[in-house]
Structures are given as structure tokens and as C-alpha cells.
Design a protein around this ligand. Structure first.
Ligand SMILES: Nc1ncnc2c1ncn2[C@@H]1O[C@H](COP(=O)(O)OP(=O)(O)OP(=O)(O)O)[C@@H](O)[C@H]1O
Length: 253
């Protein structure tokens, strides 16, 4: 049994040193018929970083994630991903709906070779999944479904996790717990890539910001190199840059 996919995984290579990117997408383009979802996008993710991928609706974030995960083939470009895979956390729940929460964890542990019981317990307790352990996954609320998806993405301690809207549907306590979990995970040397509309929630912890606009990279900088200029926050800067790009594209002044 494999996790549901619509395509084959792209290749990888495990012989890298600590300073190499753990995940590198180069010159990625993707067209769906007449729609250009991505055009010449580079994404380079370092170990031990939280890397935020932001952009307006339809800018290509999910498509880029799916290409990184090997779920969608790029029209052109290359993907260099860890051979042992990437922990995928999806925007829409992606577990076995007829199995219980505990059974889903068992199945994914068997599929991925995850055998660290203490880590599994920590994930369940931090994400407060313990209380729904025996519930059918298809009956979970939106927030608990998101938490199960996050636990499955992190279960085998992948070198990279790609989480699409990880805060979506989560209550405030769970958001705080998730942020703590992800920063600890980063501090252990793992890479965490988050695609999010809620940049504010991650503003204090991200190490790298990539902004997409209309399928192209608008900003791609380490957090430490970003000059906020007249803006009060990373979020304000992102919105201003996106609006300016929108105006450029439409010719408005
Ligand atoms: N399977 C598909 N077939 C046709 N067009 C698609 C498909 N998937 C994505 N697209 C198009 O590609 C573009 C990028 O979509 P994508 O879902 O990657 O954006 P996004 O940044 O994740 O958006 P959102 O923030 O709304 O989730 C959009 O124009 C979308 O309509």
C-alpha cells in the first residue's frame, strides 16, 4: 500500500554534505494546457531551516510542493530530493478515512519504517491527537484531520517536511504547539518548508522567505538579509511586494 499519488516520484541522491541544500528544485516550469502554473522557479532548502513559501492564491505554491514531493511531473526543470523522501503535509487531508487515527499511524509507520515510539507519543501529545486515537479518521473535525496529516508527515522524522498550510483549521493553542514542534524539529537539523497564507504566525521563526507571484519567484532571501525598509513586518513587506507585482502585471499605477 502506498500513499495516494497521481504520478511517480522524481529521483534523488543521498550523498551530500551538511552545507548542501537538502532539497533543490531548479528551473521548474509547469503548464496545465494553456495555464502556466510555474515558470523557471528555483527553490533551494537548507538543512536546519524553516523556509516559508508564500504567495497569493493561484501563484503556484501547491504545484511546486507537489513537484517537490514527486506527485506531479514538471514540464521542465529538475528536482534533487533526499532519497528517503520528504514528509508530505497536504492542504487537504490525505489519510485513510476508514481507518482510525491509531491505525493510520500504524500503517504509515509500517510504510515508512518509523519505529520511534517516543516520537510518535510526543507528536500525538503535542498535537493533542491522543483523545481521538480510536476515532475513524474520516469522522474527524477539520482541525483534527489537519493534525493527523501533520503527525503522519513527521512520523518517520524525515530530513525535510513540506507542509501546505499547516496552520489551516488549527485552534490557537494548537498553532502555538505546532510552532514549538516545528522550531524544535528545525533546531535538530531538519528542514521545514511551509506554504502559508498566515506568514504572520511564522514571522518570528522563519529562516528563509520565498515569495511566488504568478508562477515566478518574486523574493528569495534568507530572513537575516531581508531589509524591511518602511514596512513594519515581514507580512507587510510581502503584501506590498505582491501588490506592486500585481500592479506591474496589469499596468496600473
Ligand atoms: N490540475 C490542474 N489543472 C489545471 N490547472 C491547474 C491544476 N493545478 C493547478 N492549476 C493552476 O495552476 C495555477 C497554480 O495553482 P496552485 O494550486 O499551485 O496555486 P497556489 O498558490 O497553491 O494557490 P492557493 O493559495 O489558492 O492554494 C493556478 O492557476 C491553478 O488554477
Amino acid at each position: 500500500m502506498t500513499r495516494p499519488t497521481d504520478d511517480d516520484r522524481t529521483g534523488g541522491d543521498d550523498h551530500r554534505n551538511d552545507h548542501d541544500p537538502i532539497l533543490a528544485l531548479r528551473e521548474i516550469s509547469k503548464a496545465y494546457g494553456d495555464v502556466t502554473a510555474l515558470s523557471g522557479v528555483d527553490l533551494s532548502v537548507e538543512p536546519g531551516t524553516i523556509h516559508a513559501l508564500v504567495g497569493p492564491n493561484g501563484s503556484g505554491k501547491t504545484t511546486l510542493f507537489r513537484i517537490a514531493l514527486g506527485l506531479t511531473r514538471p514540464s521542465s526543470g529538475s528536482v534533487d530530493a533526499p532519497a528517503d523522501g520528504i514528509g508530505p503535509g497536504f492542504q487537504r487531508a490525505n489519510f485513510y478515512r476508514d481507518l482510525t487515527v491509531a491505525e493510520n499511524l500504524d500503517v504509515f509507520a509500517a510504510l515508512t519504517g518509523a519505529d520511534d515510539e517516543a516520537w510518535r507519543e510526543e507528536l500525538c501529545s503535542t498535537l493533542r491527537l491522543d483523545r481521538v486515537r480510536d476515532r475513524r479518521a474520516g469522522d474527524l473535525s477539520g482541525g483534527f484531520g489537519k493534525k493527523l496529516d501533520l503527525a503522519l508527515a513527521l512520523l518517520n522524522r524525515p530530513a525535510v517536511v513540506c507542509l501546505d498550510e499547516p496552520m489551516g483549521d488549527l485552534d490557537d493553542v494548537s498553532k502555538t504547539n505546532l510552532l514549538d514542534l516545528l522550531t524544535d524539529y528545525r533546531d535538530e537539523g531538519h528542514a521545514v518548508v511551509v506554504s502559508t497564507h498566515q506568514l504572520g504566525a511564522f514571522a518570528d521563526v522563519i529562516d528563509h522567505l520565498t515569495v511566488l507571484h504568478d508562477g515566478a519567484v518574486l523574493v528569495d532571501e534568507p530572513r537575516a538579509a531581508i531589509d524591511l525598509g518602511e514596512h513594519d513586518s515581514l507580512h507587510d513587506l510581502y503584501v506590498a511586494r505582491s501588490l506592486a507585482a500585481e500592479r506591474d502585471a496589469t499596468g496600473d499605477i
